[in-house]
Ligand binder design. Structure first.
Ligand code: NAD
Length: 361
């Protein structure tokens, strides 16, 4: 099969869908990879690195025209819709439930489109996990920076020093984002609390951290009390398929200390903190409300494209290889992979996405 890798054109998107290691694996398995020139530059991979492992470096038009399978990171932008066609498979983050024009373009062109975000394995979303891991770890380093005096914060070092108390980090939601944030905050010496409602998850976090990450059953009262003394709050709640619940109200934020910081990672699902009422960008990520610094960037992994590209590619490559080997037979063999299929021959084929688009169709 010929696998095409276009350069991402979305603003500030520096990831690429396949690393040279991925190209090596695909070529060794007998496939061909056409990659657009400079597609890997933003992630630190040169055209020569791709050429050296067997890729053909070519123009954008050639990639889309020649390939049987297009592998991307982000959804198609309007100027790319012209490349969609019935006899091509597209594998990428689609997010069409929130993107009606792209959904319509996929239906009109009868493209076979498989979304990273709906592929399942063992009731988990394996192609979303790596980005949650990146965002969780980033949340702490971003929060640590926000707390510095020069950045408008209270002037606290997360871990303190001998003789000085560490900062208090409150993480709401102890899933993939939350646990990764907790591990980094704990490693830096901060005092860490994780609020969740899953007893099983809290037992797991308690076990692996040997009790050094404090887990607390989330209810309104406990949260409101702890926020009064929090230095860094990280929002990491997810209710699959739904908007994030607003667990931290504006009144609670008003009780927080001057110069404390909030990173609402769940902002891509609407955010779980009421005062995170806007999506910010990497160019201007922080705003201040009630004396508290707020960060609400919806594509946090985009700031560390090298790490994010490799992490994403590690997760997607086995699926790309299966698709290249077996075509759509790969989906028939694996019900979890089949859940990734969002559009086929002009129809929506993913229940959750069709439901979300609902009465528009
Ligand atoms: P996850 O499913 O692994 O974890 C969510 C956790 O929230 C679970 O442990 C669940 O028990 C907990 N939870 C649910 N309801 C709760 C409540 N009322 N109180 C406390 N905890 C509750 O999800 P994840 O992969 O960790 O993702 C978390 C969020 O981060 C999602 O919205 C995801 O889309 C987002 N995310 C954002 C970025 C970004 O760049 N901003 C990147 C990656 C992920």
């Amino acid at each position: 099969m010929i696998i095409g890798v276009p350069k991402e054109i979305k603003n500030n998107e520096n990831r690429v869908s396949i690393t040279p290691a991925g190209v090596f694996t695909l070529c060794k398995a007998g496939h061909q990879v056409y990659i657009e020139t400079k597609a890997g530059i933003g992630s630190g991979f040169s055209d020569d690195e791709y050429k050296n492992v067997g890729a053909k470096v070519c123009t954008c038009d050639e990639v889309f025209a020649q390939s049987d399978l297009i592998v991307k990171v982000k959804e198609y932008l309007e100027c790319e819709y012209k490349f969609l066609r019935e006899d091509q498979i597209v594998f990428t983050y689609l997010h069409i439930a929130n993107d009606l024009p792209f959904a319509q373009a996929l239906i009109d062109s009868k493209t076979t489109a498989i979304a990273y975000e709906t592929v399942e394995f063992n009731h988990d979303l394996p192609l979303l996990t790596p980005m949650s891991e990146v965002a969780g770890r980033m949340a702490v380093q971003i929060g640590a920076n926000m707390l510095q005096k020069g950045n408008g914060g209270s002037g606290l070092l997360l871990g303190g020093v001998p003789g000085v108390m560490p900062a208090k980090v409150v993480i709401i939601g102890g899933g993939k984002v939350g646990l990764n944030a907790a591990k980094i905050a704990c490693g830096l010496g901060a005092s860490v609390e994780v609020f969740d409602i899953s007893a099983k998850r809290m037992a797991y976090i308690d076990d692996i951290s040997n009790g050094s990450i404090h887990t607390i059953y989330n209810n309104e009262y406990s949260l409101q009390e702890t926020l009064k003394t929090a230095d860094l709050v990280i929002g990491a709640v997810l209710i699959p398929g739904a908007k994030a619940p607003k667990l931290v109200t504006e009144d609670m934020v008003k009780t927080m200390k001057e110069g404390s910081a909030i990173v609402d990672v769940a902002i891509d699902q609407g955010g779980c903190i009421e005062t995170c009422d806007r999506i910010t960008t990497h160019d201007n990520p922080v705003f201040v409300k009630h004396g508290v610094l707020h960060y609400s960037v919806a594509n946090m992994p985009g700031a560390v494209p090298r790490t994010s590209t490799v992490a994403l590619s590690n997760a997607t490559l086995p699926y790309i290889l299966k698709l290249a080997d077996k075509g759509l037979g790969a989906l028939r063999d694996d019900p979890g992979f089949m859940k990734g299929l969002n559009t086929y021959q002009g129809y929506f084929t993913c229940k959750a996405v069709a439901k979300a688009l609902g009465d528009k169709y």
